[in-house]
Design a protein around this ligand. Structure first.
Ligand code: SAH
Length: 480
């Protein structure tokens, strides 16, 4: 970068100034799916631009080594650019990769995992290339979600808004179509929109905390076709609910209609109380041969087809013969635990949300699985307790430990316990490659080696990627 440019642009040593127009080649994709262009070692992040585009943009913010710019014109489009299916793709926070071909999305996700494992995990690039299996892709990267969550609000002129939050904001973009939701969800939103208009219920106002209806949540059970509609409301006294039920039950598969009460001024979507107004208080879905009960508050993977493939990979990496004791930490409603139980001697599932553990136990029962036990609490605490408390001696020496933590990764204390317990294999299922790589490094430093890794695309059109890694205990003669 030239000194002249520094002198020209001001005291902070920044080579560009706000509102300046630039022309730039986009040569990379950022962690949130934004395009990145480099010029003289300086990086610009540009939403809506993709690798291979040559663009004109306006500088929004310029720091010393990197800045943000607004896309003004695509001077020459990238060969990887494709027309988004959804007209709101550039505004929505969900589908940041929709303007990229699906093949390029997969390449981006695979590279993201690889880069993290190399840079943060300390794995040699050539070695990683030799052990990493190709990403598990989706046949149809649209209409895959089994859970839709639409905020309800009011526009400036009093009109009802139902749709999604614009990227990183809380302003609702009104829409009746979302290309990653199931068709039935999009249809149900239409029914609810008409009903809210006709009923005298008011959409929620986030600023004042007034109004009746905050969110619409729709879940559908894969294979079973069962549907749940849950309205998040500020109180139970919702007007015209019987009319709504009458409309909704006309749809085949409608199994559960409920209200979730959330009267707090909070960003959290749901409150703790659920009132069922029609049918059962849960729906059922299937992953593989196992039936799962899904209640409004339970966590459940949103892409059932890819979830089955992800779990099959985890099962394959676990190499179970039927004689093993397995821990499944961060087990949610017991999905992975029950998936593994058929091939193991005993499985312990641990999860911090009490409702999820109740569901996990129930799921064990309805599938007649008797060799899985579930304990509620923080994985890092329970793991320690199981090791020290005689009551749990039958399950205290796992051969395989599976972890599937939230984005922040495993608690360091849990990783220490894993190293102490020293299972033959650790299968790490992750939704965040950066924290995965951080934890892989800790396990490698503690005597494990990464022997297999595979990314799985669970969230087409978004920048998120799921990964499964197998870490095996190094034998003394492996260590030189
Ligand atoms: N394995 C499950 C859930 C994975 S999501 C599945 O595939 O469906 C991660 C889960 O970890 C969530 O259910 C979350 O509630 C749980 N969790 C978060 N922090 C935890 C902790 N410290 N100890 C145990 N579980 C935790």
């Amino acid at each position: 970068m030239s000194a002249v440019r520094y002198d020209k642009k001001g005291s902070r040593g920044c080579p560009f100034s706000k509102n300046e127009e630039i022309k730039i080649n986009i040569d990379d994709i950022g962690v949130n799916g934004e395009g990145i262009g480099h010029t003289d070692g300086y990086a610009f992040f540009v939403n809506g631009a993709v690798t291979g585009d040559y663009i004109r943009a306006k500088v929004l913010k310029a720091n010393k080594n990197y800045g943000y710019a607004k896309l003004l014109e695509i001077i020459s489009p990238s060969p990887y650019r494709t027309e988004p299916v959804c007209k709101n793709a550039d505004k929505c926070g969900g589908c940041t990769l929709q303007h990229l071909t699906y093949e390029k999305q997969l390449e981006y996700k695979e590279n993201k995992v690889k880069n993290c494992l190399v840079r943060i995990g300390g794995i040699g690039k050539e070695y990683l290339d030799s052990i990493m299996q190709p990403i598990i892709s989706m046949e149809n990267p649209y209409n895959y979600r089994n859970k839709a969550q639409f905020p309800v609000g009011q526009g400036k002129n009093g009109e009802i808004l139902i749709g999604f939050f614009a990227g990183r904001t809380h302003s609702i973009i009104d829409t009746s179509f979302c290309c990653i939701q199931s068709e039935v969800s999009n249809h149900i939103v239409g029914i609810l929109r008409n009903w809210i208009k006709r009923s005298r219920n008011k959409p929620y106002n986030e600023t004042t905390g007034e109004g009746d209806i905050r969110h619409i949540i729709i879940r559908n059970g894969y294979v079973t076709g069962e549907i749940m509609v849950c309205l998040v409301v500020t109180h139970k006294d919702i007007k015209g609910i019987n009319l709504l039920i009458k409309e909704l039950v006309k749809l085949p598969g409608m199994t559960s209609i409920c209200l979730n009460i959330n009267d707090e001024k909070t960003n959290r979507i749901m409150g703790p109380e659920v009132v069922t107004v029609y049918g059962r208080d849960y729906i059922e879905g299937k992953i593989g041969d196992i039936l799962f009960r899904i209640s409004p508050l339970s966590f459940y993977q949103v892409n059932p087809i890819q979830t089955e493939r992800l779990y099959k990979t985890a099962l394959d990496y676990a190499s179970l013969t039927g004689s093993e004791t397995v821990w499944d930490m961060y087990c949610g409603i017991g999905t992975i635990s029950l998936f593994l139980a058929g091939r193991a001697k005993a499985v312990l599932g641990v999860e911090i949300v009490p409702q999820a553990i109740e569901d996990a136990k129930k799921n064990g029962e309805i599938n007649n699985i008797s060799n899985a036990v579930f304990l509620c609490g923080a994985a890092e605490e329970i793991a320690e307790k199981v090791c020290s408390d005689k009551e749990y001696s039958y399950i205290a020496n796992p051969d395989v430990i599976v972890v599937d933590p939230p984005r922040k990764g495993c608690d360091k204390k849990l990783l220490d316990t894993i190293l102490n317990v020293s299972p033959e294999r650790v299968v790490y299922v992750s939704c965040d490659p950066a924290t995965l790589a951080r934890d892989v490094k800790i396990l490698r430093d503690g005597g494990y080696e990464l022997v297999k890794a595979r990314a799985c695309d669970m969230f087409g059109m978004s920048g998120h990627v799921e990964t499964v890694c197998l870490l095996s205990k190094q034998k003394p003669d492996d260590v030189i």
